[in-house]
Write a protein that binds this ligand. Structure first.
Ligand code: HEC
Length: 168
């Protein structure tokens, strides 16, 4: 059964394991269970980590540029656009069944799902502030961008303070 569930490469394999295969149908925490998206919880969790790495890189690029005396406008536009896209997508990175109950290593707290209203509220603030930041970049308004980048950074921090564990 373990082997069967570990072979996560093929949806068909995992599905084939379920009926009568000894897989516990109540094992909602099984990280190799197929979710509605066609990905396993483990795959979603791994993809989420990659999305956040990208977001971290894009946001750092924005901040680094804006900290210089003469930022590169096209780089700022591009990087703020990536932050904006990420902010649009972020709620979808946390589907039900991809929390700590899976046993997969992560920094997300279970409160992401149990306090989904609070999480959605900060996600919305992030989305709105990231869209505003991108708009300032499109206007090449660097002063406005410098002030808006702080609002976005606060949304990152507020969410991390409440829903993300400290690094080990
Ligand atoms: C609405 C909540 C929320 C917002 C907004 C948010 N994050 Fe996160 N972030 C998380 C959670 C939760 C995790 C942990 C995910 C996991 O471990 O599965 C995370 C993880 C990360 C990681 C990966 C850390 C690691 O070591 O695994 C980076 C980098 C990151 N966030 C950067 C950012 C940046 C930069 C912003 C803003 C531009 C941001 N985040 C906005 C909730 C948020």
């Amino acid at each position: 059964m373990i082997l069967c569930l570990r072979s996560l490469a093929l949806a068909a394999t995992a599905l084939a394991c379920q009926p009568g295969g000894g897989a516990d149908p109540g094992a909602s925490a099984d990280p190799d269970r197929m979710l509605a998206s066609g990905m396993t919880a483990r795959q979603v969790i791994e993809a989420r980590a990659l999305h956040f790495k990208d977001l971290g890189g894009s946001f750092k690029a924005v901040r680094d540029q804006l900290a210089t005396a003469s930022p590169n406008p096209s780089l700022v536009r591009l990087a703020t656009q990536e932050v904006k896209y990420a902010s649009d997508d972020l709620p979808g990175w946390f589907p039900a069944g991809t929390g700590p109950e899976t046993g997969v290593e992560m920094r997300a707290f279970a409160e992401v799902w149990s306090d989904s209203e609070g999480f959605a509220e900060i996600s919305t603030r992030f989305r709105e502030s990231a869209a505003a930041l991108h708009a300032t970049a499109q206007d090449d308004d660097l002063d406005a961008a410098r002030s808006q980048v702080r609002a976005v950074g606060e949304a990152c921090k507020d969410c991390h303070d409440r829903y993300r564990a400290e690094e080990d």
